[in-house]
Write a protein that binds this ligand. Structure first.
Ligand code: AGP
Length: 607
């Protein structure tokens, strides 16, 4: 998604804007731009196609311009309307180059607005955002705030935007409807941004705007308005979990986040599980147990969908509750049959994914029970949910979600056991599982130690163009998540299947050139999956087995990654981590930009 950043203060905005864009380039990175306004109404506009570094060099090349541009707005883009071109790069402006705008989201009725405005203005870009700049120009009534109130009544869904007026230096107006927008005071001025994650270094407090709210910054002071009336909003304090870590000795943030997983699991369990008493102690989970839950429906996207699907196996197994994982965009395009004995769980790392957010609005409108499992503190989905738990994975900066998936699966496991103990789950079974969960961070550490071996194997598989990923039961969604990671990091075409499905068609593709990765730790489904491995081996397909060290059919596999000894269920975690290392090293072997995979963005805030 795109990223908005803005500043007003006493010092020059250019470096602050570029650094702000750098900090959160993960949200979208196909082009970037800034505009600064000086107290003498001079304009500094610079745009660049490509990374923020390209913009930074262009801004730097004009450093002889020593004017003080104390007000400015900035943007990184993830193209929705129009190609990745210089013309389509933000900020966009009015035809008289007085008003400049940056925007995150989609203006659904921009074509109708444009048809009207084309009678008076020429357009230079294909974007919906330029249409808003012309609309501001056409409606301007001498005051930017009242003009933006009129403009916002003409715009249809969803956006957050920031506007400056070169004739009114020191003024920035921001509006939020759907896409996130945050205003915050720092020691050197007032900032606006689309994401809370990059604030920590500078800010003490921040305010998350609600839908239809407007923020007006004037000379280092800001006020918030709703429907034209000024309102008081409580600001939140920044907490440590929102601080972005340094890269340290890792090659990429993605690698660092995978190696963070043991400590992430400790954070997820801390204060929620009493390992001495082998029991789960958490008020939210306690309260959940008192609700009349006959069914669970988990709505999410991407990696969070696969985490949700793993959770469904846990709810069925431990709590005996029917559970279905639904892709949020499919939830939105299907008929919603509300049921007040169903718990609707919304899973999201960012807490801002548009399809999940909109699904939740539909469910809430019917008065059904909603539960959010979210990583970003204070994000929209967390604030909308009736009940919620944070996944406490820490700031997950880069596009490929890894440590947060593990945290989500651990939270869902705790929810399933907690609900199970309110139903028929044996306390002894719960205690045994909790005892084993206490060792999980160490088991993950053990898996990470296999990094060098996994790197060697990945180099070999990086030569292939396609790959199947197979698993049964919990390992079916694990296979789904592993194939997603391989796709988004290495760009190798990976497809996941339930192992039992292979002979119903996909087997036709298996050949010496088409390898298969199989999750098959010892357990209830081992034998069945071995027969699928034999089907592949019979067609000379290379097979990478993610197996237990005491596997009895090692000769069938071309290569193996042996998981540390755990129960079958907890090898979901070690299996996922080994697949993350495999996907990472596949991408490194192919020289991919691991932290900024092409065409992707960290959180998809428009539908
Ligand atoms: C995962 O690596 C991707 N970044 C993507 O599939 C992601 O999981 C999806 O967009 C959902 O994001 P969310 O968890 O923030 O809602």
């Amino acid at each position: 998604m795109c990223w908005i950043f803005a500043y007003n203060g006493d010092t020059d905005c250019r470096e602050k804007l570029v650094n702000g864009l750098r900090l959160l380039e993960y949200r979208g990175y196909d082009s970037a731009g800034i505009v600064g306004v000086s107290k003498k109404k001079e304009i500094f506009l610079e745009k660049a196609v490509g990374r923020v570094s390209a913009l930074a060099s262009k801004v730097d090349a004009r450093r002889e311009d020593i004017t003080l541009y104390t007000t400015g707005i900035a943007h990184t883009r993830w193209a929705t309307h129009g190609w990745v071109t210089q013309e389509n790069t933000h900020p966009h402006h009015s035809s008289d180059k007085r008003f400049y705008i940056v925007h995150n989201g989609i203006i659904e009725n921009y074509k109708d607005l444009k048809k009207d405005l084309e009678k008076s203005y020429d357009f230079y870009s294909e974007t919906d955002t330029e249409v808003v700049a012309k609309l501001i120009e056409s409606l301007y009534d001498g005051n930017l705030k009242s003009t933006m109130e009129k403009v916002s009544t003409r715009l249809v869904w969803a956006y957050s935007l920031a506007v400056v007026d070169s004739q009114n230096p020191g003024t920035i107006v921001g509006i939020k409807l759907g896409s996130p927008l945050i205003v915050w005071t720092a020691t050197d001025g007032i900032y606006i941004s689309s994401d809370v994650n990059a604030l920590s270094a500078l800010a003490e407090t921040y305010t998350l705007l609600e839908d239809n709210e407007m923020v007006v910054i004037e000379w280092k002071k800001y006020s918030i308005y709703m429907a034209g009336k000024q309102i008081e909003r409580v600001s939140e304090k920044i907490d440590a979990s929102q601080v972005i870590d340094e890269l340290g000795n890792f090659n990429s943030f993605t690698e660092k986040e995978i190696f963070d997983i043991p400590s992430v699991l400790e954070n997820v369990f801390s204060g929620r599980i009493d390992f001495e008493k082998k029991q789960i102690n958490n008020e939210t989970l306690e309260a959940l147990g008192d609700l009349d839950i006959k069914r669970i429906c988990i709505v999410s996207s991407g990696s969070s969908y696969y985490a949700g699907d793993m959770g469904c196996y846990f709810f069925r197994k431990f709590a005996g509750i029917p559970c279905q994982a639904i892709i949020s965009s499919e939830f939105l395009s299907d008929v919603f049959l509300p049921d007040d004995t169903t718990l609707y769980v919304f899973l999201s790392q960012s807490g801002e994914t548009a399809d999940v957010r909109e699904s939740m609005k539909i469910v809430k409108a019917k008065g059904c029970m909603t539960f959010g499992v979210v990583n970003v503190v204070g994000s929209t989905i967390a604030r909308m949910a009736d009940h919620w738990l944070y996944s406490h994975a820490g700031v997950e900066v880069w596009v490929a979600s890894t440590k947060n998936v593990i945290a989500q699966v651990a939270v869902l496991l705790m929810m399933a056991v907690s609900l199970g103990l309110k139903k028929d789950m044996q306390i002894t079974d719960a205690r045994d599982l909790i005892a084993e969960m206490a060792d999980l961070p160490d088991k993950i550490q053990e898996t990470l130690m296999k990094g060098p071996k996994i790197k060697k194997i990945a180099k070999k598989y990086a030569t292939y163009k396609h790959m199947f990923v197979l698993g049964r039961n919990y390992f079916y969604p694990v296979a789904g998540e592993a194939s997603l990671k391989c796709k988004e990091l290495s760009y190798i075409h990976c497809e996941s299947y339930s192992a039992g499905e292979l002979k119903h068609g996909p087997l036709a593709l298996v050949s010496k050139k088409f390898p298969t990765m199989v999750f098959n730790p010892m357990g209830k489904f081992y034998a069945k999956t071995i027969s699928n491995v034999q089907e592949v081996a019979a067609r000379k397909g290379p097979i990478l087995g993610i197996i237990s060290s005491n596997d009895t059919h090692k000769e069938l596999y071309t290569d193996t990654i042996e998981l540390p000894e755990t129960s079958e269920l907890l090898s979901v975690f070690t299996g996922l981590v080994s697949s993350y290392l495999f996907a990472l090293y596949l991408a490194e072997a192919l020289d991919r930009d691991v932290d900024k995979p092409r065409n992707l963005a960290k959180s998809v805030t428009v539908d």
